[in-house]
Design a protein around this ligand. Structure first.
Ligand code: 6PG
Length: 503
């Protein structure tokens, strides 16, 4: 009999999504240009299923794929973002794909590319997207899924996505995790929700990644302070992260950071982290978020700082030269007796800055949604990030609650719960940032979040002087505090008495 789903791309993510679909009872026929990947898929299926019958099928061409899947076809793509997506769509069209067939792109595509593609293939195929977060384990046992596009396609895809998504225990708000092949989690609330028109799902995933970048960077900054100023070993820092993971900072990223820091390299017997070169890679989604925030005019400084931090890290040779020439402050390490207090300060700094990063990310989604005419449900977006995805954290329940209380909330920082959280923790945040600065330890994400908070809560900013500067050198005009804002004024700076004229 025919398969339910055609699947193209059996790389790490694709293979795991296929096995997840199979675990949930869907019959999948897979195709990849690289036969080794299909062999690896079949091998893993054979390993996992023991003496049960094969759960996945593979084929040798696009045409064969279509002939072995029920019509109208549902074809899922897990191929690298960019040109390969179009390449596969065109190959499928050549192979006979029809206008009512659905193609779902699950890669980390640029959201504007999805919009373009939807238009390009209109009348030829239904182009739908689903952004997937959760890395290979998420793909295998439950990811966070951000679908967008044609609602007709969504009606068909919804039950499938609900099946393979990560699940949350509705009572505790915590992920229900079970990593057993053939025994998927079927209970709980699925982390898959329709985001909106084409493009919106990948936009939301892009912002997820921007937050991910900032979250990771801030954990690295806390690590750096503990390492450089508190002179703690990676194993000691792992212990601190483990403790933090029991409280408000509980999250996947804190958890894996603890695991990394507790790991010893088998060959050298050194802490594993010490043998890893400090040049960060990036594939672009954090950069896209920062660029998008600049384009939309939405301040997201901590996300941008996280991208810059990765760029600066790659200039290792230059840093090596600068390290020998540039001077910093000459302060010794934090005395042992003050260590516990310094650790608490870092904890609170991380917590407050994290609130600001989410405030930036959600603000960006809000502004973009307004620009694009999307109706984004922020409570739901926070809910589908509670499990499966890389930024999953208990904290997301509080964000979801904030948007449940007020769906029109203009910024997370204005929610009563978060107002109180920052009010009661900010002292330590300020001390941690100040102390790092006095010691010459860079904390770009933690400190830019603090500046964001301080600027956000100021009714007056020095932009009055800035407007005057602009008017001085470029006659750019300004509004007056005592007149309607649409009235523009200019000072004739070079004339005697500097007369002001209404423009
Ligand atoms: C996820 C991740 C995933 C991936 C990104 C980020 O949500 O599962 O964000 O999409 O890890 O590619 O990678 P870079 O750090 O290389 O940009």
């Amino acid at each position: 009999s025919l398969c339910d789903i055609g699947f193209i791309g059996a790389g790490v993510m694709g293979k795991n999504l296929i096995l997840n679909l199979a675990d949930n009872g869907y019959r999948v026929c897979a195709f990849d240009l690289d036969h080794h990947k299909l062999d690896a898929l079949l091998e893993q299926d054979a390993r996992e299923r023991g003496d049960q019958p094969a759960r996945v099928e593979t084929c040798n061409s696009y045409t064969e794929l279509l002939s072995r899947v029920k019509a109208p076809h549902l074809v899922i793509l897990s191929v690298p973002a960019g040109a390969p997506v179009d390449d596969v769509c065109n190959k499928l069209l050549d192979a006979g794909l029809k206008a009512d067939d659905i193609v779902v792109d699950t890669g980390n595509s640029l959201w504007t590319d999805s919009v373009t593609r939807c238009k390009r293939y209109e009348g030829k195929l239904i182009f739908f997207t689903t952004a997937v977060s959760g890395g290979e384990v998420g793909a295998r046992f439950g990811a966070s899924l951000m679908p967008s596009g044609d609602p007709y396609a969504w009606a068909r895809i919804e039950p499938i996505w609900h099946a393979i998504a990560a699940k949350v225990d509705p009572k505790s708000g915590q992920p229900i995790e079970r990593f057993e092949p053939g025994n998927p989690v079927t209970e709980g609330e699925p982390c898959a929700a329709y985001i909106g028109p084409i493009g919106s799902g990948h936009f939301v995933k892009m912002v997820h990644n921007g937050i991910e970048y900032a979250d990771m960077q801030m954990i690295c900054e806390a690590y750096d302070v503990m390492r450089s100023a508190l002179e703690m070993t990676p194993a000691e820092i792992a212990e601190v992260f483990r403790e933090w993971n029991e409280g408000k900072l509980n999250s996947y990223l804190i958890d894996i950071s603890a695991e990394v820091l507790a790991t010893v390299d088998a060959e050298t017997q050194q802490p594993l982290v010490d043998i890893i070169l400090d040049r960060a890679g990036q594939k672009g989604t954090g950069l896209w978020t920062a660029v998008s925030s600049l384009e939309v005019g939405c301040p997201a400084p901590s996300i941008a700082e996280a991208v810059f931090a990765r760029s600066l890290s790659t200039r290792k040779v230059l840093r090596g030269r600068a390290a020998k020439k540039l001077h910093g402050p000459d302060i010794g390490p934090v005395p042992e007796a003050e260590r516990a207090e310094a650790i608490q300060q870092l904890h609170d700094a991380l917590y407050c800055a994290k609130i600001c990063v989410y405030a930036q990310g959600f603000d960006l989604m809000k502004l973009a949604a307004r620009e694009q005419g999307w109706q984004l449900n922020f409570a739901e977006i926070a809910r589908i990030w509670r499990a499966g995805c890389i930024i999953r954290a208990v904290f997301l329940q509080s964000i979801s609650d904030a948007y449940e209380r007020d769906i029109k909330l203009s910024n997370l920082l204005l929610d009563d719960f978060f107002i109180e959280q920052i009010a009661s923790n900010q002292g330590n945040w300020r001390r941690a940032v100040a102390d790092a600065s006095l010691r010459g330890i860079p904390v770009p994400a933690l400190s830019s979040a603090l500046s964001y908070y301080d600027a956000f809560r100021r009714e007056s900013l020095p932009a009055n002087l800035l407007q005057a500067q602009r008017d001085f050198f470029g006659a750019h005009t300004f509004s007056r505090v005592d007149r309607p804002e649409n009235e523009k004024y200019h000072v004739q700076w070079s004339e005697k008495g500097r007369p002001m004229v209404k423009v």
